[in-house]
Design a protein around this ligand. Structure first.
Ligand code: URA
Length: 209
């Protein structure tokens, strides 16, 4: 008699489905599909733009220079990327030359992102950079003004879907911070460490209701 198969992990199934995805033209140029890294039960999800060259080779998000800086900033805020966060991107395949993904590419990849949000079920989502802010909440521009401000999902999205009940915060992208290396009080890096610490605080002390 054959023993019953163990139940499949839905996130592993998702990764398998993403690996076979050909919903947009980015599939043709990829080395690997880049789905996620970190803790699939984390209450904090970080969503970036899309894989770069290093991520495309490694098959993991945020492992290049931006990723290394993200690690440092998380550590400075008392967070560990592997245990405290689940990290993913708006698009799972590398746009050529690291260009911004098109609206059509983001829309093609959106069902994967929505499944990730539903399965990981984070309380708090950090939108890492302007593209994540645009893709997830439909807000174009204004990241330097909007960073660090909580967006209750209900406030922004008439069609809430999978975002309902979650707290979202736009964050500056580490690639911008690499171009602005000052750590002085009031600098973009200084603000980002404080924004990440605020995400951590919300995990420890969520508002009632
Ligand atoms: N930039 C992103 O937005 N995501 C990555 O995974 C790497 C760099």
């Amino acid at each position: 008699m054959t023993s019953p198969l163990p139940p499949r992990d839905p996130l592993q199934q998702l990764a398998r489905s993403c690996a076979a995805c050909r919903r947009c033209g980015l599939a043709a140029g990829r080395q690997q599909v880049v789905v996620s890294r970190g803790n699939p039960t984390a209450r904090l999800m970080l969503i970036g733009e899309g894989p770069g060259a290093q991520e495309d080779l490694a098959g993991l998000p945020f492992v290049g220079r931006s990723g290394q800086l993200l690690e440092q900033l998380l550590a400075a805020a008392g967070l560990d990327s592997q245990s405290d966060t689940y990290v993913c991107n708006v698009v799972k395949c590398r746009p050529p030359g690291n260009r911004k993904p098109t609206a059509a590419e983001m829309a093609a990849c959106r069902p994967w992102l929505e499944q990730q949000i539903a399965l990981v079920d984070p309380l708090v989502i950090g939108l890492v950079g302007a593209t994540a802010l645009e893709a997830v909440l439909g807000i174009r521009g204004g990241i330097t003004r909007l960073r660090g401000q909580w967006r209750a999902s209900d406030q922004d999205t008439p069609n809430l879907g999978v975002l309902r009940g979650r707290w979202l915060m736009p964050l500056l992208h580490p690639s911008y911070l690499l171009r602005n290396p000052s750590q002085a009080e009031g600098s973009p890096r200084w603000h980002t460490v404080r924004d990440l610490a605020e995400l951590r605080r919300r995990l420890i002390d969520p508002p009632l209701g």
